[in-house]
Design a protein around this ligand. Structure first.
Ligand code: HEC
Length: 138
């Protein structure tokens, strides 16, 4: 009697656990699919306003990876474009198109430090690090 009811409880618990795991897996898949949709499969460019202009103008001479692996401010991107125009045979863009490109690049491939979280305050650091015990003496 007792054994049966324990067994029953156990199988219920297992079924609940299996259901939980299945729904976790499903939501992980959904999240993954949603994230994958935001990036162009061909180029890896983030799909957002202006991405097609960038795809059409910036992936002809070199891989889009050169673009997606680079980061920088609007000025950085503008300088880079000027440099490619002056020395690498990149064509001139109508101002409006250049604006679109720079808006896109600076908002989706902006400076890295802006996306990094703030440093932890000292009171949240482990004792050794805040006491400087393990830091090399200089
Ligand atoms: C006419 C050809 C051409 C086009 C079009 C072109 N580039 Fe380039 N780009 C180059 C060349 C050549 C290099 C140097 C590649 C190397 O170093 O091997 C380069 C390098 C780069 C680099 C790397 C710079 C570095 O510091 O190493 C980035 C980023 C880049 N291009 C972005 C862009 C973007 C954004 C566009 C579109 C606005 C674009 N490119 C369009 C020719 C081009």
């Amino acid at each position: 009697m007792v054994m049966t009811s324990r067994k029953h409880q156990w199988s219920l618990a297992r079924r609940t656990l299996a259901g939980l795991l299945a729904s976790l897996a499903a939501s992980a898949l959904l999240t993954h699919a949603a994230a994958a949709q935001d990036v162009d499969a061909d180029t890896g460019l983030v799909i957002a306003d202006g991405w097609e202009t960038v795809k059409n103008n910036c992936t002809i001479c070199h891989s889009a990876k050169l673009v997606t692996q680079n980061r920088g401010s609007r000025e950085h991107w503008a300088d880079l474009i000027t440099w490619m125009q002056d020395t690498q045979g990149l064509w001139e863009f109508p101002p409006e198109m250049e604006n679109t490109i720079l808006d896109y690049l600076s908002s989706h491939y902006g400076p890295k430090h802006e996306t990094r979280r703030q440093n932890l305050p000292p009171n949240l650091m482990p004792p050794a690090a805040s006491a400087g015990e393990s830091a090399p003496s200089s």
